[in-house]
Design a protein around this ligand. Structure first.
Ligand SMILES: [Zn+2]
Length: 380
């Protein structure tokens, strides 16, 4: 350690956790982050879309612009916590509170990293922060809205690191350089109600629904793609809700989810599901309606200089060599990828969204050193 004061991410992490920013509520959490960034010389501004507040901050004017991104909204705490989820507490070296893993701590580590880096050097370029309060909810008035607004003003991004908790068994063991896409579809078949003893007078919608689902499940979507596992379709619900044994029901519906790699688009997959359902409905004389209940696109960053730079910083700060992975749920990187090269690195995700969410204080401090190493290597 040298003589200058090293910014500690812990007090800021606690101050962020203390705000009840249950998605999409801001609850003062952006004020805390903004004040911290103002204090270390960033130009900060709030960007509100609909009910959602966002924060953009930049230090420097020159290119390249390196961006730290993440969210300060959290999922509802649920019941059964040992301590108040919004009263952060350190017990046995672990910091407890909602957002301690996902991902208020990472934002605190990023800000501490920027402070420590700027304290010792001048960035030959710019450092920026893109912080939203709409990641855990609908995700439409956050990063997705902020990026095109900034682009329209001429703001350019070169590389971005998202602080989602990507680590598994130990901190630093996994970087996400991609995420699968996700498509949720609802299929509804409509037939004609009737007595089971007189099936010719009725049209049973359950039959074409089951035929559709087995046809969908029978297809191998692909054998994987570079960096990705094979795409997969899961039927998540089949709903008829028919209490009678002797009645053919009018309607039957099913829900399914497809997690897909770069070999597909949500549009193509939906088209295939729709065609399959319509063909089976036609065979049975039933009607079909389909809808997309939610959809997100995949992203993939080719392993190269940017991922190598992050891997080097992880080795330096944590002493482990991370793997690149594309597993897990979606993140805002799916929007950022349209503007610059993006990857994700953060704390362990073991307790994210759980009761008694926590992280190791040592890991948090090491993460701040890791992010600082990323900046140093980036601007070297
Ligand atoms: Zn998150």
């Amino acid at each position: 350690m040298d003589a200058r004061t090293i910014a500690d991410p812990l007090p800021l992490a606690k101050a962020l956790i203390a705000c009840r920013s249950i998605t999409p509520a801001e609850a003062g959490v952006l004020d805390v982050a903004q004040a911290a960034l103002d204090r270390i010389g960033f130009r900060t501004r709030r960007m509100k879309f609909g009910e959602v507040d966002n924060l953009y901050a930049r230090h420097g004017d020159a290119a390249p612009n390196f961006c730290f991104a993440g969210h300060l909204d959290v999922v509802p705490p649920g019941d059964g916590w040992r301590s108040d989820p919004f009263a952060p507490e350190v017990r046995d070296g672990l910091l407890y509170g909602r957002g301690a893993a996902d991902m208020k701590t990472a934002i605190a580590a990023m800000i501490a990293a920027a402070e420590n880096f700027l304290n010792g050097a001048r960035a030959k370029g710019s450092i920026s922060f893109l912080i939203t309060c709409d990641e855990e909810g609908r995700g439409v008035d956050g990063t997705k809205a902020v990026l095109p607004a900034l682009a329209a003003e001429g703001e350019r991004f070169d590389h971005c690191l998202v602080g989602e908790p990507t680590s598994e068994e130990r901190v630093g063991d996994m970087i996400k350089n991609g995420r699968r896409g996700s498509l949720n579809v609802v299929i509804t078949m409509t037939g004609k109600q009737g007595h089971v003893a007189y099936p010719r007078r009725a049209i049973n919608p359950v039959t074409p629904l089951l035929e559709t689902l087995s046809a969908l499940k029978a297809r191998t979507l692909d054998d994987g793609a570079p960096g990705f596992d094979p795409s997969n379709l899961e039927v998540t619900s089949v709903d008829v809700g028919n209490p009678a044994h002797n009645v053919i029901p009018t309607q039957a519906s099913a829900r399914l989810n497809i997690r897909f790699n770069m070999k597909h688009t949500g549009e193509d997959l939906f088209g295939w599901v729709k065609e399959t359902a319509e063909a089976e409905a036609a065979k049975a004389g039933a009607g079909s309606t389909l809808s997309i209940s939610s959809q997100s696109t995949p992203f993939y960053t080719e392993p190269g200089p940017f991922t190598d730079l992050i891997i080097g910083a992880v080795r330096e700060a944590f002493g482990v060599t991370p793997v690149l992975a594309t597993t897990g749920g979606t993140s805002d990187a799916r929007y950022i990828k349209d503007y610059c090269t993006v990857a994700e690195l953060g704390l362990r995700n073991e307790t994210a969204h759980m009761v008694d969410e926590h992280c190791s204080v040592d890991d948090l401090r090491a993460l701040a050193r890791c992010y600082e190493a990323v900046l140093r290597r980036y601007f070297e």
